[in-house]
Design a protein around this ligand. Sequence first.
Ligand SMILES: Nc1nc2c(ncn2[C@@H]2O[C@H](COP(=O)(O)OP(=O)(O)O)[C@@H](O)[C@H]2O)c(=O)[nH]1
Ligand SMILES: [Mg+2]
Length: 233
Amino acid sequence: MTDSKAPILSVIIPAYNEENTIEEIIRQVDAVDLPIEMVIVNDCSKDRTKEILESLETKHPKQLLHHDKNQGKGAAIRTAQKALTGDIVIIQDADLEYSPVEYPKMYKYFVERDADAVYGSRYSGNEVLVDSFIHYYGNRVLTFYSNIMTNLHLTDMETCYKMIRADFFKSIEIECDCFGFEPEVTAKLVKAKSRIFEVPIYYEPRIYDEGKKITWVDGVKAFWYITKFNLFR
Ligand SMILES: Nc1nc2c(ncn2[C@@H]2O[C@H](COP(=O)(O)OP(=O)(O)O)[C@@H](O)[C@H]2O)c(=O)[nH]1
Ligand SMILES: [Mg+2]
């Protein structure tokens, strides 16, 4: 980044029925020592997510946005895309699978290495809580297929931790309302000839009993999204 001021990181938090974890994740984002703006999108949660969000005080500035109808993670990211004002963007799920302590390590690449995007990889040899067989290999296969299509060598295409220059991020049309956002943005970064770095991150997978919403159907749909955004755009 050419600007001499420390770039502002817009942290997009899509949240749907996350009453058990929303307060703790916001507390963790708030504790990060970087210039941060939080853009939280409550996607018509049916539980106490909205009330909790409205009652929270934070040190970093925050924008709190609400959907009247549940629309999906991609749609929530699109709402935040229009509202954010920072220089760099990261998506932060509202559960506790990804840890905001990783932000400074990723942010550094924008300041020192002129990155366009930095992917936090769950699968590049770092210490993690052991994942289920199906979730791990599902992710590996999707990454492998995406890599064939993009001719990149990522180890984790589906990671939620994608830190991206805001000017590029704001310029793309996010077409997917659902979890197809990950292959979509990856294909669009590659088509724009972006400088993409990858760094290892800590990851603690949650199970369905803990509120995980993505299913094998989303995994199957991802094959179509990888094909569509690489071949038909
Ligand atoms: N806005 C919005 N977010 C959602 C929806 N479904 C899931 N999410 C959020 O997307 C994130 C990821 O969901 P999760 O089930 O943990 O999937 P994974 O982490 O990608 O495997 C969480 O923060 C959820 O709250 C939805 O319909 N709308
Ligand atoms: Mg999650």
